[in-house]
Design a protein around this ligand. Structure first.
Ligand code: BGC
Length: 250
């Protein structure tokens, strides 16, 4: 069994696990530690190290994939929509390499989820353009063409009616405003219809926690492309990080 290791850094938790790269599943139960507050780069790096150390020899010695909810260019974090602003400009590659003393690959969280769905989940074997949206606190996006990731697409921030799409179509908006599924589906319809007009994807995959309740809103959406729920649910970030690290270091 080929085993990798992935860590998913979110606003509330830092989660990690060894990953069976053949199956795209955790090889051990995942470990979760609360994200330190404030979530500065050095504090988060320490937490990531605790998560990896928890697994001892089961963490292996290969490259570790790490997600951040931000744009990552050549290992440097460039945005901070839902994380501490001190991440902007942080050299995450160097930070985590020093904290873990091993090879690391840092990747946007939605890109990791997209890669996981493409290798093991709802977009497995899909050709053409796949658009993956993760609906949570914000909206993450991943674009894959014939299985190859086009990184840092940030399509959760397109403008709809003069506002950032995240403000109306992220799952947080449904919870905070206590929207009915019909009302939330309306927001999603506007969002995905605009995405379709701009990109003409062949498949749309909806991820994030809310995808577990996809039967409540997917049937209400009318789009040209098939739109399906993600299959990896809350393992997508960790699995995607691990497979990204393995593929990049190969
Ligand atoms: C960020 C993205 C991230 C998404 C999901 C957005 O606000 O701009 O980089 O992928 O949230 O966490």
């Amino acid at each position: 069994m080929s085993v990798g290791f992935g860590v998913d850094i979110g606003g509330s938790g830092v989660k990690g696990a060894p990953v069976d790269l053949g199956k795209g599943e955790f090889a051990e139960d995942r470990m979760r530690i609360e994200t330190p507050q404030p979530s500065t780069p050095p504090a988060v790096a320490k937490t990531v190290a605790h998560v990896v150390e928890h697994f001892g020899k089961h963490a292996g010695s290969g490259p570790v994939g790490i997600t951040v909810p931000a744009v990552v260019k050549a290992g440097v974090v460039r945005t901070a929509a839902n994380i501490d602003s001190s991440w902007i400009g942080a050299d995450a590659d160097t930070l985590f390499r020093n904290a873990l003393r091993r090879e690391v690959h840092v990747v946007n969280d939605a890109d990791a989820a997209g890669v996981a769905e493409s290798r093991y989940g709802a977009a497995r074997g899909s050709t053409g353009l796949v658009f993956v949206a993760t609906l949570g606190t914000g909206i993450g996006s991943a674009l894959l063409h014939d299985g190859k990731l086009i990184p840092n697409s940030e399509l959760g921030h397109i403008e709809l009616d003069g506002k950032d799409a995240e403000l109306t179509a992220a799952a947080r908006n449904r919870e905070e405003k206590d929207l009915s599924w019909e009302e939330y589906a309306d927001a999603l319809q506007t969002y995905f219809a605009r995405i379709e007009d701009l990109l003409w994807p062949d498949l749309i995959v909806v991820g994030g926690g809310v995808s577990k309740r996809s039967e409540k809103f997917l049937p209400l959406l009318h789009l040209r492309a098939p739109i399906v729920a993600a299959q990896l649910h809350n393992s997508a970030g960790i699995v995607g990080a691990a497979v990204t690290a393995a593929e990049r270091s190969a």
